[in-house]
Design a protein around this ligand. Structure first.
Ligand code: 5GP
Ligand code: ZN
Length: 115
């Protein structure tokens, strides 16, 4: 299930370079090209879904597991104190890339990041 026009499908297929920091059977984790904070990671399903509303619920456990693993790794390696986990669904919610992805944003007290 690949969408030929989709930038994240091209990243999954290795046609566009990215800094991959995580991989399991159904997801990859890459560093965001325009990070909100150092270590800002995107978890992307290998198959093309428009957003989480289009993704099978059966992938939910694996997504949650990846989210937790990457959050804990960022807290350890980036000395973050916490993370925001964010999924934008549809343009009105700020979705710009129409291939499902979850943002994991490392946070520190007083980092002055706002949403
Ligand atoms: P959205 O608003 O759709 O949730 O966010 C899309 C995210 O994808 C943005 O944070 C943007 O910086 C990131 N992004 C867009 N194109 C690329 C790319 O080609 N490579 C990487 N690593 N990140 C990208
Ligand atoms: Zn895609």
């Amino acid at each position: 299930m690949t969408n030929q026009e989709c930038i994240f499908c091209k990243i999954v297929n290795g046609e566009i370079e990215s800094k991959e920091v995580y991989e399991d059977d159904n997801f990859i984790g890459i560093l965001d090209a325009n990070p909100k904070t150092p270590g800002h990671t995107l978890i992307i399903p290998k198959k093309h879904f428009r957003n989480i509303l289009d993704m099978p619920t059966t992938l939910g456990n694996e997504l949650l597991e990846a989210t937790k693993k990457i959050s804990l790794k960022l807290i350890k390696e980036k000395k973050a104190e916490g993370t925001n986990i964010l999924i934008n669904n549809e343009p009105s919610a700020g979705q710009l890339v129409f291939h499902m992805h979850a943002h994991i944003i490392p946070r520190k007290k007083n980092d002055k990041i706002t949403f």
